[in-house]
Design a protein around this ligand. Structure first.
Ligand code: HEC
Ligand code: HEC
Ligand code: HEC
Length: 370
């Protein structure tokens, strides 16, 4: 009989076959269901890698003007705004690639003479739209790229008064004030230059024709940090700056100081500073900076902390106080270690007492509050 030739599966085989088919179907279904999530995870991973790269690019190129956390510095606008988060990515790409003509915002794409590839610019756009600015701030601090100088310095009003007494001094004084406000962060104290930009207070620049200096100032130098200032400065202001550059030898040295630079403190830095302080300073200055009577000054006291800025603290600790027991730490600690101690000492300021209550006992004695 024909029917007998057909191999009939027994019941067991049917069950196993069915179960197997069901498993395969389920597997396929699950695969199909989780596929979008898999892609999603891969995309998320790519995004977080891009964001991390972007934070480093930002630290190296943008922090100087837009701040460590995109908060903006001086007249440079913030990038951490809700409006920019929602803005169109092609518009952002264009702004960053080409810069903003006749403003301090330089062009960044290689095509426009800048240092960044299109891929890096794409990453920056993602940072502005999706990134975490607090994390960016950490990255900037870890890389040691905290802007060394805020954008503006303050000129002593007495110096301005003195300048005004010179012949043509009004214009010179205006130039000095503007330079301290807008140029000192790059061109340095007294215009003597920094790692970022050349000296302007220099005979070689002084000898250049006014028209050359003016062209650079107003139109910038494409592909460098020197932006065009035409839209920012009035013609009276740019004339005052050019006068300053041409006549800098008439301005007394020290007129335009290095701006104060507060040390940016992260949790890690603070913890490090606390440890270093306990190991190296507390035996003299007391565990909480109380000092030890007349011999060793207290550090944790309002008067001292308000009058001593971070740069000054860093300098005292680095150089020590010659011919006193206060050692110079510069040759046994790194700059970063010293800054961490400054950050730790600074953290006392909000709760510092008006009057110190010194610890008793000699430097290496047991001390402890009375
Ligand atoms: C030398 C200072 C400077 C540097 C460095 C700088 N910018 Fe700018 N940026 C500016 C200024 C100034 C403006 C505002 C220009 C205007 O509209 O007047 C600006 C504007 C922008 C804007 C537009 C903001 C808005 O609200 O529309 C974006 C985006 C931007 N910058 C991104 C960047 C990125 C990314 C970097 C680093 C690759 C960078 N900038 C580096 C000065 C700077
Ligand atoms: C963000 C940094 C930055 C700021 C802010 C800045 N400059 Fe510059 N400036 C530069 C750099 C970098 C150069 C060198 C460009 C080059 O490589 O040719 C330069 C060059 C110049 C030059 C040409 C010097 C020469 O040797 O011929 C002049 C003039 C000048 N800047 C004036 C100013 C003035 C005035 C201001 C303030 C309104 C200012 N700059 C603000 C970065 C800056
Ligand atoms: C051997 C004892 C000793 C040690 C250790 C020591 N100091 Fe001092 N420190 C002094 C003395 C003494 C002075 C006062 C010097 C003077 O007469 O002006 C001083 C002054 C200072 C001042 C200036 C205070 C003021 O009122 O002007 C600072 C800031 C300071 N020390 C920080 C530190 C830090 C931070 C450490 C640890 C890295 C440290 N010191 C370690 C003895 C010490």
């Amino acid at each position: 009989m024909k029917e007998e030739n057909i191999i009939k599966p027994n019941n067991k085989e049917v069950v196993i076959g069915t179960i197997a088919a069901v498993f395969i179907a389920l597997g396929l279904l699950l695969y199909a269901l989780y596929e979008p999530q898999r892609i999603d995870n891969a995309q998320k991973e790519q995004l977080s890698m891009d964001l991390r790269d972007a934070m480093v690019t930002f630290a190296k190129n943008c922090t100087l003007c837009h701040g460590m956390a995109g908060e903006g510095i001086g007249s440079n606008p913030p990038l951490n705004t809700p409006a920019l988060r929602e803005s169109d990515s092609s518009a952002l790409t264009k702004t960053i690639s080409r810069g903003l003509f006749k403003t301090a915002m330089p062009a960044w794409s290689k095509e426009d003479g800048g240092p960044l590839s299109d891929y890096q610019i794409g990453q920056l756009v993602r940072l502005i739209r999706f990134g975490d600015w607090q994390e960016t701030k950490q990255v900037v601090a870890e890389l040691g790229l905290t802007p060394l100088t805020p954008f503006a310095a303050v000129v002593d009003p007495k110096i301005i008064e003195e300048l005004k007494r010179l012949e043509g001094g009004d214009v010179l004084a205006k130039g000095v004030t503007l330079f301290a406000e807008k140029c000192v962060a790059c061109h340095g104290a007294d215009g003597l230059g920094t790692a970022l930009a050349p000296a302007l207070n220099d005979p070689k620049v002084r000898e250049k024709p006014v028209d050359d200096i003016k062209r650079t100032l107003l139109l910038g130098k494409p592909g460098t940090l020197m932006a065009g200032w035409e839209n920012i400065l009035s013609s009276e202001q740019s004339d005052a700056l050019i006068r300053l550059i041409k006549e800098w030898d008439r301005v007394p040295a020290g007129s335009i100081p290095i701006p104060q630079s507060p040390i940016v403190v992260t949790k890690e830095l603070l913890a490090k500073g606390e440890k270093l302080y306990a190991a190296n300073c507390s035996q003299c200055h007391g565990p909480d900076g109380q000092g030890r009577g007349r011999r060793i000054p207290s550090l944790n006291v309002k008067g001292f902390l308000t009058k001593t800025n971070d740069a000054a603290l860093e300098q005292i600790i680095t150089l020590g106080v010659p011919e006193t027991p206060m050692p110079a730490w510069g040759d046994r600690m790194t700059k970063e270690e010293i800054q961490s101690i400054v950050g730790f000492i600074r953290s006392w300021e909000p709760t510092a007492p008006e009057m110190a209550e010194p610890v008793r006992g000699g430097p290496r004695g047991r001390g402890g509050p009375p």
